[in-house]
Design a protein around this ligand. Structure first.
Ligand code: PMP
Length: 396
């Protein structure tokens, strides 16, 4: 049976990680993989997480199954983190299933959409996180793209985006990045979210919000603003969230899939289908990550500690954005890199070509993805000059 298979290329980012590991250049810099890094290039376990883990080790009393929706206290905490004290929560219109990471949440959402409307098309931004496309297609859905990033002007193609979304058939799904768009770093502003929310109502598409970087852009509240604007306006919404970045829990695989339905009765029916989807994929989610997040969010002290650590990560990223812009401006380069400061989250496209990207890797040991997406958190005080000089050299 296996002999019919043809080898598939390695995921480009994973391939880049492997090449970086083997590189013996002492000045090498990894700007590829999408994890937060501190000044020393490490991705440490947050102190609040360590404390919650110590508590869990002492107090866990059973390894029995936790149920299809996972840890219900965690689910409720995630709803509050995402929506605040939103009217949809007060009206009992929200249901949440814990999921294995944001990816797991998206896959659950994809299967849920298949149960609602197997003919639905999922519309994603051009460009988007590459896994969005493979993930929805693997579930059997059609994926189409709508204009989003303006590579030339390093801005949003907002008018083009709206013109395309106006043509989306009723019953389709439109995926939106809540904040810190991956890979471009370009986010919608409040007025633009309002336009999209009105359009969703008018056209009749269902928004699916992917929120994988809450707290990495402006603040926990600000980063959820667009999501809440949509929830104010529409009857139905799907939210896929992840605690990989903001809690630094990447490998624990913790996220959630939340549904907002038009009323409580429809929410119950939708939830029964959501849980049946979960049952048929992985039966029940793993416990550890949800327990850690729930322990942190149940304790004022740990929540404060987490907020502080999250603020530190965000400040470092935003500070680096300014520093990168300023350092590149001191070099003799024709290109304007000031857009880096206007964008949010860990990613931006440098906007350099394939040949320049290859030269950065071969001549300087600087690893960035083929699209020119850089993880700004890979830059530090120690390597910023080296990085800027290298960019200046390949841009000459
Ligand atoms: N959505 C986006 C936009 C992402 O960038 C990522 C992570 N790279 C995810 C979802 C999934 O995150 P997780 O690691 O929690 O599966």
């Amino acid at each position: 049976m296996f002999s019919v298979l043809k080898p598939l290329p390695t995921d480009p980012i994973l391939g880049l990680m492997a090449a970086y590991k083997q590189d013996t250049n002492p000045n090498k810099i990894d700007l590829g993989v999408g994890v937060y890094k501190d000044e020393l290039g490490n991705t440490p376990v947050l102190k609040a997480v360590k404390k919650a883990e110590a508590f869990r080790l002492e107090n866990e009393t059973s390894k029995s199954y936790i149920g299809l929706a996972g840890n219900l206290d965690y689910c409720q905490k995630m709803e509050s983190l995402l929506l605040g004290e939103h009217k949809t929560l007060l009206a009992n219109r929200v249901r949440t299933a814990q999921a294995p990471g944001g990816t797991g949440a998206l896959r659950v959402a994809a299967e849920f959409i298949m149960r609602c409307n197997p003919k639905a098309t999922v519309w994603v931004t051009t460009p988007t996180w590459a896994n969005h496309i493979s993930l929805f297609e693997a579930a059997g859905l059609t994926v189409k793209e709508y204009p989003y990033y303006d590579y030339e002007n390093k801005d949003l193609l907002f008018d083009e985006m709206i013109n395309t979304l106006k043509q989306v058939p009723k019953g389709d799904v439109v995926l939106l990045h809540a904040c810190c768009h991956n890979p471009s770093g370009m986010d919608l502003n409040e007025a633009q979210w309002k336009v999209v929310a009105e359009l969703a109502k008018e056209v009749g598409f269902t928004p699916l919000v992917d929120i994988a970087y809450q707290g990495f852009g402006s603040s926990l509240e600000e980063d959820a603003r667009g999501l809440r604007i949509l929830a104010d306006a529409v009857e139905e919404l799907i939210i896929c969230s992840s605690c990989s970045k903001n809690f630094g829990l990447y490998r624990e695989r913790i996220g959630a899939c939340s549904l907002i339905a038009k009323d409580s009765a429809t929410a119950d029916i939708s939830n029964s289908v959501l849980l049946s989807v979960v049952r048929s994929i992985y039966s029940m989610p793993p416990a550890h990550g949800a327990d850690i997040v729930n322990t942190i969010l149940s304790s004022t002290e740990l929540t404060q500690m987490w907020h502080q650590e999250l603020d530190e990560m965000r400040s470092r990223i935003n500070g680096l954005r300014t520093q990168i812009k300023e350092t590149l401006a001191t070099k003799d380069i024709a290109q304007d890199f000031s857009f880096i400061e206007r964008q949010h989250g860990m990613f931006s496209f440098l906007g350099i070509n394939k040949e320049q990207i290859t030269r950065l890797q071969k001549e300087y040991g600087i690893y960035i993805v083929g699209s020119s997406r850089v993880n700004v958190a890979g830059v530090s005080d120690a390597n910023i000059e080296y990085f800027a000089n290298a960019v200046a050299d390949v841009c000459k």
